[in-house]
Design a protein around this ligand. Structure first.
Ligand code: PMP
Length: 320
């Protein structure tokens, strides 16, 4: 991990090595946290955070679902998220806001503990490898299913739920694959261990709906916006596993994974076994905008050093 100098911990800026919690911290025992992952991209106008408002909104939604009171406003966490990039003088980075139950009241239920918040940033390259972005990755369908609708709230980004993702990712790596895909409890395609999934068949793009136990990905939404202006139809539907084997193209989306093509699933080649043309076109526009080379037509970027833009965004949180 490429660490940085400063971490914001419940209201204070502390040095990386000093940002500590007690071993009795509730979240450490029971996974009671809500978190986000954002990226800041380097642009000719300086660093800019991608989809800042959507991420802060999702953080507060996850905390609400987990019944954790966040002792800061979305405006405050938004400012801190920009500040962590500035204070560490980063050009591009991955940013991790984390809300968690601290310590004070021992026991499973947890609501007697104070909620703590940290925001830190690290320098992080391509999650599934630089080569993967161009050539595609090899994936397998995991023997682990995504959690059933009535077991855990898949739409919330809650720490403990990531044990499921860890099993999926570990199984894939142990079997020589780059990433694991999982089915929902009905046997339909759900998502990757940390990514949403899209399939292209005969020029139409398919993706599982929110009802297939997926996280409502923010990069997924970017793809919806891009597909719309590029003239592609996206069908959200239940996707039978075997569609993975006959797809012309498959790609994964996520803040960490960005837009990564899949070149095989279960050792079965996807299309021509390389990045497909629709995937490439969507990637070109996504990376064109995030690098600042193409106009930010969807308003995805918040420049870190343009104070008034950041303030406008902060003001746009209405009523919370
Ligand atoms: N699914 C899961 C399980 C994830 O952890 C992530 C990463 N946050 C995603 C999908 C993609 O979401 P996003 O595009 O918002 O990063």
């Amino acid at each position: 991990m490429k660490t940085t100098n400063w971490i914001w911990q419940s209201g204070n800026w502390v040095a990386w090595d000093d940002a500590k919690v007690h071993v009795s911290t509730h979240a450490l025992h029971y996974g009671s946290s809500a978190f986000e992952g954002l990226r800041a991209y380097s642009t000719p106008e300086g660093p800019a955070v991608l989809c800042l408002k959507s991420h802060i909104d999702r953080l507060f939604h996850s905390a609400k679902i987990a019944r954790m009171e966040v002792p800061y406003t979305p405006e405050e966490i938004t400012q801190v998220t920009l500040d962590v990039v500035r204070r560490n003088q980063l050009q591009s980075c991955y940013i991790r806001p984390l809300v968690f139950r601290g310590t004070g009241a021992f026991g499973l239920e947890g609501r007697g503990n104070p909620t703590e918040v940290v925001v830190f940033a690290i320098e992080w390259g391509r999650y599934l490898g630089a080569e993967g972005i161009e050539k595609g990755i090899n994936a397998m369908v995991s023997s682990w299913r995504r959690m059933a609708q009535d077991t855990m709230p898949a739409l919330a980004k809650i720490g403990g739920q990531y044990i499921n993702s860890q099993f999926i990712a570990m199984e894939a790596r142990d079997n020589g694959f780059d990433e694991g895909l999982c089915l929902d409890t009905n046997g339909y395609v759900s998502e990757g261990s940390g990514e949403n999934i899209f399939l292209v068949i005969d020029g139409i793009i398919y993706t599982p709906a929110l009802s297939s136990s997926i996280l409502g990905g923010i990069t997924r939404r970017c793809v919806f916006e891009l597909a719309d202006v590029l003239g592609y139809e996206i069908k959200e539907m239940m996707i039978p596993r075997e569609m993975l084997y006959i797809a012309d193209e498959i790609f994964l989306t996520g803040t960490a994974a960005e837009i990564t093509p899949v070149r095989s699933v279960d050792r079965i080649q996807v299309g021509k076994g390389e990045r497909g043309p629709i995937t490439k076109r969507i990637q070109d526009h996504f990376f064109g905008i995030t690098s600042g080379k193409m106009p930010d037509r969807f308003g995805w970027l918040t420049p870190v050093y343009v104070e008034n833009v950041a303030n406008d965004l902060v003001r746009s949180f209405d009523g919370r």
